[in-house]
Ligand binder design. Structure first.
Ligand SMILES: Cc1ncc(COP(=O)(O)O)c(C=O)c1O
Length: 370
């Protein structure tokens, strides 16, 4: 008999049980015990200088490359950052190249802006630069949006050679690259290349976020880019009116980093996700029919499965609940409704025991259809 509570491997969020409530409580008490009321006022558009300096130190430590405070602009997460980049740097009708597949909600953000999307393939080495070159022969993009590390949904990382080629093409064809690097700090160190901007700091706008290393409800992230890009981004009507993204939350995080909590929490999270990732990969190896292929990611939150093409994933996803398991079907990640035999599962939300159960259920579902 199956236990019919559905374990939804589609959820790409941190485990609620692992969120740092205690550390945030202490950081808030630390910050609010001081008489300074600045965080309760409208803040500078790019974020307070002291928070950006603290964030720059944290990122320098964790990314192991120098990060400068005047290259940072604080945002309400990577989603807000992407929207801000589109609104400030694109004109109506501009072409934006996006990976296919890509982060599904990025497609929604693009849909809300008057840009024209052009799809570029992704393979096991990340964005396919040969396909990009073919597209460049017919279209001149203003931006290329890529997830170069522990890609959502495929889990792949853009190879070092392709990073170089991508940035050569950016210079030759005069476009900017928006590198969505929200998973930069989540994976194996030796499988994590330095952030893309180390290849070309002028043409890359790197998006980062506390969502994946602290909690998505924090709603803070950052853009790291050359100061002239920061100057254009900060000159946004919405920021003139409202000031920078949550000065209060930023001030609390400043204390959180200063007290050493963010570094320690990141270490704990890293261990948790690593153990879950290896565990789910092991479970899937044991239960999936041989015809199912999947990536073995080195970080991030996701595993991307490819089923034989005779399986229609949308039909399969409606049958999954009866097996007590959920996943995200491939076409959600494609503006061309491709990947009709792919699915994404995440290992971030559930502990090992639940992942085992979910893996077994997914295996039973697939064995019944193959
Ligand atoms: C690639 C990618 N970018 C952006 C986001 C959203 O980031 P934020 O919560 O900082 O808005 C996600 C969340 O899943 C993601 O996977």
């Amino acid at each position: 008999m199956l236990d019919h509570d559905v374990i939804d491997l589609g959820i790409g969020e941190p485990d609620p049980a692992a969120l740092p409530l205690g550390q945030l409580r202490q950081a808030a008490a630390h910050r609010l015990s001081n008489a300074d009321t600045a965080p309760l006022r409208y803040g500078p558009e790019e974020g307070s200088a002291s928070f950006r300096a603290m964030l720059a130190e944290f990122l320098t430590r964790c990314c192991r490359v120098p990060v400068h405070a005047d290259h940072l602009m604080i945002t309400a997460g990577a989603s807000h950052a992407l929207d801000l980049v589109l609104s400030r740097l694109c004109r109506p009708g501009d072409a934006v190249f996006v990976e296919d597949p890509t982060y599904m909600f990025a497609l929604d953000i693009f849909r809300d802006r008057p840009v024209r999307l052009v799809s570029v393939r992704v393979d096991e080495h990340g964005l396919d630069v040969d396909d990009l070159e073919r597209m460049l022969a017919v279209e001149a993009p203003r931006l290329v949006y890529t997830i170069p590390v522990f890609h959502n949904p495929t889990g792949v990382t853009l190879s070092v050679q392709r990073r170089r080629r991508l940035m050569e093409l950016a210079v030759e064809h005069d476009f900017l690259v928006v590198a969505d690097e929200v998973y930069q700090l989540t994976g194996e160190r030796d499988a994590t290349p330095p952030p893309l901007r180390t290849v070309n700091g002028e043409r890359v706008l790197s998006l980062g976020s506390f969502s994946k290393i602290l909690g998505p409800g924090i709603r803070l992230g950052w853009i790291e880019a050359a100061p002239h890009h920061v100057a254009r981004l900060r000159d946004a009507g919405v920021l003139h009116s409202g000031g920078g993204a949550s000065p209060l939350m930023a001030a609390i995080l400043e204390s959180l980093i200063d007290l050493g909590f963010q570094d320690r929490f990141l270490g704990d999270l890293w261990e948790i996700y690593r153990a879950r990732r290896l565990h789910l990969v092991d479970v899937l190896r044991g239960v999936l029919p041989a015809e199912v292929r999947f990536t073995t990611p080195q970080g991030g939150y996701y595993i991307w499965l490819e089923l034989p093409s005779r399986i229609d994933i949308m039909t399969l996803s409606t049958q999954a609940a009866a097996y007590g398991v959920g996943f995200r079907p491939g076409p959600l990640f494609s503006r061309r409704d491709e990947f009709t035999s792919h699915l994404r599962v995440s290992f971030s939300f559930y502990n090992e025991e639940r992942l085992s159960l979910a893996g077994e259920r997914l295996g039973a579902l697939l064995r019944s259809r193959l």
